[in-house]
Design a binder for this molecule. Structure first.
Ligand code: HPA
Ligand code: ZN
Length: 395
């Protein structure tokens, strides 16, 4: 693993835009279809992967809802969540706020409890097993009507103390946030956090509506806000978090080349962008891959990576004390993640890398810090053999 990759994978981060149904890998699709005796229209994993060629959001959604139909039991949802958290752990993830789509499951006859109880069990186990904290966000499908979203909110009532917020996903064009004004108002009155997909394919007006009508705490995607200078300035001024998903944008043709992705521009404009994977099993990469491929494509510096990682915590729905704890943490990868270092990475990152060791007891790590940040630890600047080893306090 190169220094560049180790730095990115090792930096503690939160993932704020992840549809758990979109983490269903083809292998799991076969496993669950066998387990539940459900037919799927594919004969092999390769055939499934071959079908993942999308021209737009709707192309993807058609196959994504079909895939989710193999999920039948609480155990399926628990296993799905645990498999995701294992991958997040490998990418330096320490916190996740995961979406699920209750209507996708209730509309095919599953009781509301199956998905939510299964996911909550997986989230609890992930905290024990991997030390990863998480929150659950319930999304309304915007291609359905308002009555369906109200039924969903009502069905969720017994679980509301374990659901952090509500979101709005599925087919964006033709389904503006204003269609769901009343259900989001009801959710806000229940004390739930609010997010909405806006400006992925839909126009900047949908981002305006998400802000002014739904009163969102976070915008999911938000790419097309950049078409409106005043809106962009407003988002920056208000410190509104955008949960940006570069590989999703590439796969769904929101951008035609990752080199054209606006992530760098967003950061330069002072937008509070974060980096997430959206539906990693369908879009070709988990959160670490999203950071790495975007950094390579648009030349993110180590400072940019640190900003994205920090934004992922400040933009989270964690309480102030947890955010402060994450903010204090040392952003450094573990030593084992630095084996085979020096294999590559973009010049922007490699040229500015320096190493800083920090001594304390416990697990072996090597610190890498952005140039110019204070370490609170002796600088070695030398090869790995000269580095001191430490365990950052928050690990
Ligand atoms: N966009 C909108 N809805 C979704 C997505 C997405 O990328 N993934 C799952 N539901
Ligand atoms: Zn999404």
């Amino acid at each position: 693993m190169s220094v560049f990759e180790a730095f990115i994978r090792g930096i503690p981060k939160a993932e704020l835009h992840l549809h758990i149904e979109g983490s269903l890998e083809p292998e799991q699709m076969f496993e669950f279809s066998r387990r539940n005796k459900v037919d799927i229209p594919f004969r092999s994993v390769e055939e499934v992967r071959g079908a993942y060629a999308f021209s737009n959001l709707q192309d993807f959604l058609d196959i994504y809802y079909q895939g989710a139909a193999v999920l039948h039991t609480e155990e399926d949802f628990r296993d799905l969540a645990l498999a995701y958290f294992a991958r997040l752990k490998a990418d330096g993830g320490v916190h996740a706020e995961i979406f699920f789509d209750p209507e996708t499951h209730t509309n095919r006859g599953l009781p509301f409890s199956i998905a939510v109880d299964g996911l909550l069990a997986g989230m609890k186990e992930a905290e024990t097993r991997y030390g990863i904290t998480s929150k659950l966000i319930m999304c309304f499908l915007r291609h359905l009507d308002e009555a369906s979203s109200f039924r969903t909110l009502q069905a969720a009532e017994p679980w509301l103390h374990r659901i952090a917020g509500v979101g709005l996903d599925s087919s964006e064009k033709g389904h503006p946030p204003s269609k769901f004004a009343r259900v989001f108002q009801a959710a806000r009155e229940l004390g739930l956090k609010i997010c909405a997909h806006a400006g992925e394919e839909g126009p900047p007006d949908y981002v305006h509506e998400a802000l002014d009508i739904l009163h969102v705490d976070r915008i999911d995607h938000g790419n097309r806000a950049l078409e409106d200078d005043a809106l962009t300035r407003r988002l920056a001024k208000e410190g509104m978090t955008l949960t940006v998903c570069p590989l999703s944008n590439l796969k769904l043709c929101v951008v035609m080349d990752l080199k054209d992705h606006p992530m760098k521009r967003m950061l330069n404009l002072g937008l509070k962008a974060t980096c997430s994977s959206d539906d990693p099993a369908y879009f070709g990469g988990y959160v670490g891959d999203n950071y790495i491929r975007t950094a390579e494509a648009v030349g993110l510096t180590r400072e940019d990576i640190v900003t994205l990682a920090k934004n992922s915590f400040t933009g989270s729905f964690l309480d102030a004390a947890s955010k402060a704890k994450h903010d204090r943490c040392d952003r450094r990868p573990r030593r084992r993640e630095l084996t085979n270092e020096g294999a590559g990475g973009p010049t922007a990152l490699k040229s500015r890398t320096n190493f800083i060791g920090a001594a304390s007891s416990g697990e072996t790590v090597v610190a890498i810090r952005p140039t110019g940040t204070s370490a609170g630890a002796p600088r070695s600047g030398g090869p790995r053999s000269q580095m001191k080893q430490a365990k950052p306090s928050h690990w």
